[in-house]
Design a protein around this ligand. Sequence first.
Ligand code: FAD
Length: 357
Amino acid sequence: MDVDVDDVLDSLVIGAGQAGLSTSYHLRRLGVEHVALDANAAPGGAWQHRWSSLSMDDVHGVADLPGSPAPDRGPEPANAVVPSWFADYETVNGLPVERPVRVHRVTDQGGLLVVHADDRTWHARTLVNATGTWTSPFVPHYPGMDTFGGEQLHASAYPGADAFAGRRVLVVGGGASAVQLLGEIALVTETLWTTRRPPVWRSDQLDREAGRAAVARVEERVRRGLPPASVVSVTGLALREQEHEAERRGAYRRRAMFERIEPDGVRWADGTFEQVDVIVWATGFRPAVSHLAALHLRSPHGGIRLDGTTAVADPRVQLVGYGPSASTIGANRAGRAAAVAVVRRLRAHDDVDLLAG
Ligand code: FAD
């Protein structure tokens, strides 16, 4: 099929969370014709799906968007405050976001990237992937998990603590989500906590140095093409004021991982058994990149090798909010880097008629 050159976009962004919005802002400033396709029906990226008890006071901190300071801390739910900020941002900056559009597949056709959604396709010279991780919750496999007679859910589907009243709840996972959920669930019912590795607690605020070191570690993994670890998860755990009651009730007495799951509970290698009614898997997320499979970006090590934000296997493609930029501050900065890399790519291939700056 021939494509009319006028129908080819200079760039296309997939995802309109913090990373996609930052990218779109910079592409616009640099005069790059593009659209941003987002699967959600409304602005807000993953924030609109966070559990309602996660307030602006609870989040680690949301970074500014280019030219727009982040909302203040406070008791309001983050799943309302951040989406409303994003919605204003899109409008004020005239960002070309189209939604709801879920991209299923990106393919190559004669050097152009073809982006396939349900009933539409777009052709683009470059692509910026900003699809985050929220739509790709990770649950590890344990023997017997299919035989469990109770309820199993991932933290991303956390319905609020009251849904668990009267049931014995096991929370699995050593990250900030597990700590927060235990802090709430332990106030209404009995809980257990298992993690693979002993949790690392920090008593003070995460300092800049430790933050930079965490990002550098993930950066190095991505440069080598390894699957990225989560930046947000490598910064250590802290108990907040509202979790002290749960701590007093013993919610943070962590146990090592069980060996198998049985119909009524979980069993450790030494034979110990605990009856549980609910297993909450607070076991994190993976990058939501399956729609890019046909571009063969993955290295033999299982991750996507990046040079800055550029995919080494296909320099037409940028990844933002991936690996070292999978935090709001990282996503924000990566958006600028990706837009600059897009311009460089278009210039190098003489694909662009009109670029400011
Ligand atoms: P998202 O916000 O997930 O946006 C991705 C967008 O892409 C979504 O709108 C999605 O619908 C869309 N999309 C996905 N797949 C497709 C597709 N195939 N086609 C079209 N669109 C698609 N980071 C911090 O810096 N501070 C915090 O306090 C903090 N708190 C967190 C709390 C929780 C519970 C979690 C899970 C994460 C937290 N993070 C925090 C991490 C942070 O949220 C993310 O790193 C950042 O917000 C991600 O932005 P993003 O734009 O990459 O992704």
